[in-house]
Design a binder for this molecule. Structure first.
Ligand code: XMP
Length: 582
């Protein structure tokens, strides 16, 4: 697979590996001679955050197309193949972020086993408007006439992402490509072998050295802690830092869990330090960097006390993917690719003295969960919903204050209680400032759209992080109120999803759409409930909830907390929004 810096490169790799296809990720500039020497059976050109009309867009060796081996281009790869063969690539009428409805020719071997209509996941602004001469269109969506093409069933391009779990049958396409078209042989991959190799790797690297492991209490860090203790036993010290941004009662629970697991434990209450360092900081990445730096300072203090030279972290694949730029993932582009600075990856300060070990950095969340089960962690940990390292700071818009943290903690308990019934992958409350504008250009352009429900659109002033076409965006949040104080009950769920697609796809500055469920005059803050269904947290779809029940919760929260002016449920897919607010 030639890596053009796309977010989902590792998803492609993982899907193929799990289906028994041997795959190697290489720089997009790889020479065709090297590919021939390695005896590759087929080549995938990944997506990437580029346009073929950028100045010096990344491109592959044109000889590649003359080797006679099968080639599959995905998203940017699809546009690049079309462009290099004389097709026309243009900016689409609007972006497509999230789900789309695909009509396809299932007689083509790439689509064997699929029905003629499938759901697919998109994240792109450009489209192939005219395919190159001789190329046959084999799938389309309402926004992308050329959603898939082929040249003689050997060269293929797909505008959508078969590798993400939200393209439900996408894995069938990748398997067809590997086994039917490239005729690859199948091999086995398993978690048993991973566990054995990971323990051996830690043992070998650390020898008799001591290490501290950062444990937040989530599945990743707890699993990494157990794995590392298998490797180095009592030379490992688990450190839990309360940064004042944990949920209600969480640190107490974590400490008791770590004791039960029999780990050496150091608990640090650094809440005042973190909160005062965050005072007045609005910018999302600045908050993440401050938290990352303070974490390391605290770990270094403990490491000095216990004589440790290593820091072990429970970093997993999406943390690395989202917080590194394309070039760090083997391409040499200087822009794009970075979605957010995860505190444990890009947030690490450059002068860090501890040596770093991340035994889970190749795994996706569901793989970590099976590893956790295998290592015997209790179900409430192995199945626990993720909570980000920077904690509630990821869910508070604008400056983080003690007042906001206390309010969000209380509200979050109620929101989690209500959303739990739907068994979402992740669910929580976020706190935003109740600063809404109605007459702005953005509200007006939404009013012009022919949405099924007549809505009043408000634009929140807060900054929020989104992801569109493999690139990070800092975007605005739109809240929608049904006209005439009506309710959402007459709007079908699929139409609500289409509405968010339409709004985030056609208005570049918008990355989040919230259905307002309760509101009143006044109140400094607003609460946004979020619940998403996802397998690997790289793509996500809002969980289908009962708006009538949630509205009642919203009203009760507004009655109990005079600081609150509105309550809503976020209906944006990832892309265009990330799961967390910042
Ligand atoms: P986003 O917001 O990027 O989140 O769609 C994807 C998943 O990652 C979690 N997340 C983090 N986890 N440190 C973490 O340990 C972080 O800085 C961080 N930021 C996001 C998020 O909760 C979701 O599960």
């Amino acid at each position: 697979m030639l890596d053009f810096g796309g977010q989902y490169v590792r998803n492609i790799e993982r899907t193929l590996l799990e289906k028994g296809v041997s795959v190697e990720i290489v720089d997009y500039k790889v020479s065709t001679r090297l590919l021939l020497r390695r005896g590759v059976k087929g080549v995938i050109l990944s997506g990437g955050p580029y346009s073929v009309y950028d100045k010096n867009p990344p491109t592959c060796d044109p000889q590649l197309f003359r080797l006679g081996i099968p080639i599959l281009g995905l998203c940017y790869g699809h546009q690049l193949i079309a462009h290099l063969h004389g097709g026309l690539v243009k900016k689409g009428r609007r972006g497509e972020y999230g789900f789309s409805e695909l009509s396809l020719d299932n007689r083509n071997p790439l689509f064997h086993g699929l029905s003629s209509k499938e759901i697919c996941w998109m994240s792109h602004g450009d489209v192939v408007e005219t395919p190159p001469k001789g190329f046959k269109v084999i799938a389309s969506t309402p926004e992308s006439e050329v959603a898939a093409y082929t040249l003689e069933n050997r060269i293929y391009g797909l505008q959508f992402h078969p590798e993400v779990s939200h393209t439900p049958n996408g894995h069938v396409i990748l398997e067809n490509f590997a086994f039917k078209i490239c005729e690859c042989a199948r091999f086995e991959w398993d978690i048993e072998r991973f566990t054995f190799e990971a323990v051996e790797k830690v043992k070998k690297a650390l020898g008799n050295a001591r290490a501290v492991i950062a444990v937040s209490g989530g599945v990743d860090s707890s699993t990494a802690a157990l794995l590392a203790s298998k490797a180095i036993g009592r030379n490992l010290t688990a450190v839990h830092i309360d940064h004042g941004l944990m949920r209600e009662g969480e640190s107490v629970e974590v400490v008791s869990l770590l004791k039960k697991l029999g780990l050496n434990l150091v608990f640090v209450d650094a809440s005042e330090r973190f909160l005062s360092a965050l005072e007045g900081v609005c910018e999302s990445d600045k908050k993440r960097l401050i938290i990352g730096k303070l974490f390391i300072e605290e770990f270094e203090k403990v490491a000095r006390e216990v004589g440790a030279e290593w820091l072990i972290q429970g970093t997993i694949a999406p943390d690395v993917i989202e917080s590194t730029r394309g070039e760090a993932r083997r391409t040499d582009r200087g822009h794009g690719g970075l979605i957010k600075i995860h505190h444990n990856v890009a947030g690490l300060p450059s002068g860090m003295k501890l040596k770093l070990m991340e035994p889970l950095s190749q795994l996706f969340k569901y793989q970590v969960r099976s590893l956790a089960r295998k290592l015997g962690l209790p179900a409430h940990i192995s199945e626990r919903q993720p909570f980000p390292g920077p904690g509630l700071a990821c869910r508070i818009a604008g400056p983080v204050t003690a007042e906001k943290v206390t309010l969000l903690r209380k509200v979050n308990v109620k929101v989690e209680e209500e959303l739990e019934r739907y068994k979402p992958s992740q669910y929580f409350a976020m706190l935003v400032n109740n600063l809404k504008a109605r007459e702005s250009k953005l509200s007006a352009s939404i009013a012009e759209k022919h949405l099924e429900t007549h809505v009043k659109a408000y634009v929140l002033q807060d900054e929020s992080v989104g992801v569109k076409g493999d690139s990070r965006v800092l975007g605005r949040i739109i809240t929608l109120e049904p006209e005439d104080c009506g309710s959402w009950s007459s709007t079908s769920w699929i139409n609500i999803l289409r509405m968010q697609n339409e709004v985030t796809g056609s208005i570049a500055e918008v990355c989040r759409v919230v259905a307002s469920l309760a509101w009143r005059d006044g109140g400094k803050y607003g609460v946004i409930a979020r619940a998403v269904d996802t397998l690997d947290y790289m793509t996500a779809i809002p969980t289908r909830v009962d708006f009538a029940r949630l509205s009642r919760l919203g009203e009760s929260l507004l009655n109990h907390h005079e600081e609150l002016g509105f309550f809503g449920f976020e209906v944006t897919t990832k892309p265009a929004a990330t799961i967390e607010l910042i």
